[in-house]
Design a protein around this ligand. Structure first.
Ligand code: PLP
Length: 422
């Protein structure tokens, strides 16, 4: 299914790993919970939960402002996470790491600052046909505001971007390319390195700079993303999809770009000095972090990064892909079941429809069996429009899922087909 898998044999011990995730050991409706909604949000390991409890019970304080012990401890813990994020994505320096409330916030930040400064009437913004709404709507809002034009890279019936069409879209009017690394609704892993490379070639030809923003919300938990190697200009992701808490995310931006951007929100911490006559803004990244940040969750995000760093990540991705492949193969053999998203490069997302069965009814039925899947358009309505369907049933696997859970899903879908099909 994916070239991400590095070895043929899988020795990953999901059974012992899942003990680190307290949520997973419960029963719902008297059935063991089978959590297959990881693309919506991942579960949290105990060290992440402990980090939150420790902060609130031992050193809760506001940061960067207090000279007292607790404030210094909190500031240090918070600032350390910026270094962890920098290392995690191999940014050139920690000033390139801006904490946001999530991927959505990070993309909005770029659209509202870089975009409002750089985009004018007639300019073109390129996105793809498989974007999450959070990488469509901020650009649409900007286009409306500035009379700019949104261009969309099409995809084929397998849910893969049509690269020659992308290259045709690049023009002298292109101002930014913003694409998703890994699709949440189809599971497609896009050729982001090739996209960046094509843009760099285009820059050489035209002499114009075109930043590339990568929405890595679904990518970073599955595979290492090295921003220097990828040479992207912006990278956005959310902590909650990579074992961390909700309400925290990252905007990575190259130093020169972040330095050139005006502030996002005004308030405390983002200034150097304020008078009624004039305000001078703080250096990056603080310029983009107005007000008291989400201190506790950033600190717990650091514990999530530690957890991932200590994991056998190649074993983990092999395991996830193996489960997703087994599920996809079994489901595709069922009468009336059709997979949506059959790209060659895929993550562990299996989206499907059942002929004659409403996706939400199927999801609700699976829920009664203790199986948590997602149904609907997954915040990618244009993807559903492309496939002429209202929505899909999506099972998304993470390394702590097991073969037994995969089998429970397959049996559950069989029952759903028998019971619900008209
Ligand atoms: N981009 C993708 C590909 C996603 O899957 C999601 C969430 O599902 C987002 C962006 C938005 O992430 P958040 O809601 O954490 O801001």
């Amino acid at each position: 299914m994916s070239s991400l898998t590095k070895t043929a044999t899988v020795t990953f011990d999901a059974e012992s790993i899942r003990k680190d995730f307290p949520v997973l050991s419960q029963s719902v409706y008297g059935k063991p919970l089978v959590y297959l909604d990881n693309a919506a949000t991942s579960q949290k390991p105990q060290p992440v939960i402990d980090a939150l409890v420790k902060y609130y019970s031992q050193y809760n304080a506001n940061i960067h402002r207090g000279v007292h012990y607790l404030s210094q401890a909190a500031s240090q813990a918070y600032d350390n996470v910026r270094i962890k994020v920098k290392d995690f994505i191999n940014a050139a320096s920690e000033e390139e790491v801006v904490f946001t409330s999530g991927t959505t916030d990070a993309i909005n930040l770029v659209a509202a600052t870089w975009g409002r400064q750089q985009i004018s009437e007639g300019d073109e913004i390129i996105i793809s046909a498989m974007e999450h709404h959070s990488n469509i709507v901020p650009w649409q809002m900007l286009c409306l505001d500035k009379k700019a034009v949104l261009k969309v890279i099409p995809m084929n019936d397998d849910g893969e971007l049509v690269m020659p069409e992308f290259e045709k879209l690049l023009s002298g009017k292109t101002k930014i390319v913003a694409v998703v690394h890994t699709s949440n609704s189809l599971g497609t892993v896009n050729p982001v390195a090739a996209i960046v490379h094509a843009v760099r070639q285009h820059e050489k030809k035209t002499g114009k700079t075109v930043p590339v923003l990568i929405d890595a919300a679904q990518a970073v938990v599955h595979e290492p993303v090295d921003v220097q190697k990828l040479d992207c200009d912006f990278l956005c992701f959310s902590a909650h999809k990579m074992l961390g808490p909700t309400g925290v995310g990252v905007l990575y931006g190259k130093t020169n770009l972040l330095n050139s951007m005006p502030p996002y929100r005004g308030g405390g911490d983002m200034i150097k000095s304020v008078s009624f006559e004039k305000t001078t803004y703080n250096d990056i990244p603080f310029r983009f972090e107005a007000g008291t940040p989400n201190i506790a969750d950033v600190i717990a995000f650091g514990a999530a990064i530690d957890y991932l760093n200590n994991l056998d990540r190649i074993g983990a991705v092999n395991h996830e892909i193996m489960l997703a492949e087994k599920a996809a193969n079994a489901l595709s053999e069922m009468d009336g079941v059709q997979l949506i998203g059959t790209a060659h490069q895929k993550t562990s997302v299996v989206s499907f429809i059942i002929e004659g069965v409403n996706a939400m009814d199927a999801g609700m039925y699976l829920d009664t069996l203790g199986i948590a899947v997602r149904t609907g358009h997954h915040c990618t309505e244009p993807v559903m429009q492309r496939f002429h369907i209202p929505g899909t049933i999506r099972a998304s696997f993470l390394f702590y899922n097991t073969l037994a859970e995969t089998e429970t899903l397959v049996q559950g879908v069989k029952k759903a087909v028998d019971k619900l099909r008209r």
